[in-house]
Design a protein around this ligand. Structure first.
Ligand code: NAP
Length: 283
């Protein structure tokens, strides 16, 4: 009988841990951990994400501030703001909401963030720490997926894990994290042949593609753990993942729903990274 991995409930647990740590930080250092988010332009999805982050930070005892800049902001002005935030001692975490408008280069801006404040874990310095298996700020969505595996008692050691997608944001870092936990990892992407076969042989399936129902239910191995990172909006307005949930739930031991799975974990891990950054910076 399949069990749902309830991302909302687990995220609540993580946020409660964060609040305890943020309160202790404030009691010791006379200030709350500070998270500054930079939003350029008026992309509706980004506005919703940023508002959710702002609200969650306040509830978790983190001093949050959002810098809303017009869509036509120049690279020089955006970099000037990032440098100003880098230099402010009361700010522990800086997040530039991606994607940026077309005339700005996402990676150049991320590269300008002080790696010690890079709570999105996307700075090449932090990616490098992940590659060599050292402590550092790690991307939030993959960290959330790992926390979900841990929560259901799924130890990746020796298991066959398949990651669908090879983005810098999700696919590559989650593959490295699974490897660190001694899984045998396969990374699938748009040129992968025999995707169904790769899924069939996998004990852990992490889908991060962005194509509704790409993974068919009858591909899933009996007893597999399925984490669906994908978020796809159907014509009727509903959200769905990359995995055919109804088919997969007859085979999987554990599966995340979409929505209510990985999504809430991403924000919770961002808050956790902010407290990690605050604690590391005062040491
Ligand atoms: P992305 O940068 O567009 O990467 C998508 C990846 O999927 C690429 O590596 C691509 O391969 C691969 N792909 C495309 N078609 C494929 C196919 N037919 N078979 C296998 N692989 C295929 O996307 P992303 O930023 O990683 O995000 C992936 C999904 O996760 C999206 O739906 C996004 O909305 C969602 N997401 C959710 C959260 C959350 O908090 N829940 C956070 C981040 C992202 P190539 O490299 O060969 O092009």
């Amino acid at each position: 009988m399949v069990q749902l991995i309830d991302g909302k409930a687990l995220a609540k647990e993580v946020r409660a841990e964060v609040k305890t740590r943020a309160d202790a930080f404030r009691a010791t250092h006379n200030r709350s951990p500070g998270l500054h988010v930079v939003l350029v332009g008026d992309d509706p999805a980004s506005q919703v994400y940023v508002r959710n982050k702002e609200r969650a930070a306040a509830k978790a005892g983190i001093e949050g501030r959002v810098h809303r800049l017009p869509a036509e902001t120049s690279e020089a002005d955006l970099l000037a703001l990032v440098f100003e935030l880098n230099g402010d001692d009361h700010i522990d975490g800086i997040l530039v909401q991606l994607p940026l408008p077309d005339h700005l280069h996402d990676q150049s801006i991320v590269d300008a963030i002080d790696p010690a404040k890079d709570v999105d874990g996307l700075h090449p310095f932090n990616s490098g720490l992940l590659v060599v298996g050292r402590k550092g700020l790690r991307p939030c969505t993959p960290s959330g997926c790992m926390r979900m595996l841990e929560h259901v008692g799924c130890d990746p050691k020796g298991k066959r894990a398949l990651v669908l997608g090879r983005s810098t944001l999700v696919g590559k870092p989650i593959a490295l994290m699974l490897l660190e936990k001694h899984a045998t990892v396969t990374i699938a992407h748009s040129r992968t042949e025999d995707l169904a076969e790769r899924v069939r042989e996998s004990d852990i399936v992490i889908a991060a593609v962005g194509r509704a129902n790409l993974v068919q239910g009858d591909w899933i191995k009996d007893g597999a753990v399925v984490i669906d990172v994908g978020i796809n909006r159907l014509d009727d307005g509903t959200l769905t993942g990359d995995v055919d949930f109804d088919g997969a739930k007859d085979r999987a031991a554990y599966i995340t729903p979409v929505p209510g799975g990985v999504g809430p974990m991403t924000i919770a891990m961002l808050l956790s990274n902010t407290v990690d950054a605050a604690e590391a910076r005062i040491m």
